[in-house]
Design a protein around this ligand. Structure first.
Ligand code: HEM
Length: 250
């Protein structure tokens, strides 16, 4: 009996490590992604130089496959916590509605933790699941599109990412799914890191409110950079850092 309980616990730990580890790697990748795609802020020349370098040195090709793999593994292992039954999902929806309306009333408290704290944590979890669904659909589409772009000459004139074709597809309407994906990914990643930090004991060193504030700073900074990148890709704003590459050889 004890042995069964311990092997069950070991299995759960292994599953936690896989879903948490892949989530952590994807969140770290997304910070790198913001910087790489953000090279468009220096203009088309900076973006093309970086994309060509990553492809010429065979960094982009294995990376896109590794991210696709991590993305699928994370989706499968993290999804085990999503209530599968329709009745349970309905219950979650009711719970979300209840939580949205609760906690608005003033309750005097002298304790360090507000009695409504658990509501915030539950709301974060529910939105984690909702954004996860959106990311699965839009992220899969984006990863397939980018893989086709990197490995085939279907977009543009050669195989590989080019600013001309990237900007053209964003301007032709892809900015809409990208804007939704950006919002969901940044929320999902920053809340995911916050939950991971608490799960693995970071709240022994930093209080939960501090960790939550850190999560919010990360969310707004990365979302801001991503949004600026998107409006530049959409051609609505000129690259604000173009002056950095002015005067260089073309
Ligand atoms: C190695 C894998 C990836 C590569 C090479 C890549 C590359 C790119 C490129 C070149 C763009 C510019 C638009 C375009 O060309 O269509 C872009 C935009 C974008 N990508 Fe990715 N991407 C990767 C993975 C991901 C993943 C896993 C996500 C999230 C699930 C994601 C989310 C976004 C978003 C939201 C944008 C819009 C621009 C922004 O505001 O950052 N990408 N990506």
């Amino acid at each position: 009996m004890t042995q069964t309980t311990s092997s069950l616990a070991q299995r759960q730990l292994a599953l936690e490590i896989i879903s948490g580890g892949t989530g952590l790697l994807l969140a770290l990748f997304m910070w790198g992604h913001v910087v790489l795609v953000g090279s468009i802020l220096t203009g088309e020349r900076g973006f093309d130089w970086l994309a060509t370098a990553l492809e010429d040195y065979y960094i982009a090709q294995p990376t896109v496959l590794a991210i696709l793999f991590l993305f699928l593994v994370h989706a499968v292992f993290a999804a085990r916590k999503i209530p599968a039954q329709l009745a349970e999902r309905k219950r979650i929806a009711e719970l979300a509605k209840g939580l949205r309306e609760s906690g608005r009333e003033y309750v005097p408290t002298r304790t360090a933790h507000s009695p409504f704290r658990p509501h915030l944590e539950s709301m974060l979890w529910i939105w984690q699941v909702r954004t996860g669904f959106v990311i699965f659909v839009l992220g899969s589409f984006h990863l397939v599109l980018i893989s086709v772009d990197i490995f085939t000459p279907l977009f543009g004139t050669v195989a590989g990412i080019e600013s001309v074709s990237s900007m053209a597809r964003v301007q032709q309407g892809l900015w809409i799914p990208y804007a939704i994906l950006l919002l969901c990914v940044e929320f999902h990643a920053s809340v995911g890191l916050y939950r991971l930090a608490i799960k693995w004991g970071a709240d022994k060193w930093l209080s939960r409110p501090t960790l939550h504030r850190m999560e919010q700073v990360i969310f707004w900074v990365v979302l801001g950079l991503g949004a600026l990148t998107l409006v530049v890709l959409a051609g609505l704003v000129d690259p604000p850092l173009a002056f950095l590459l002015e005067g260089g050889a073309s």
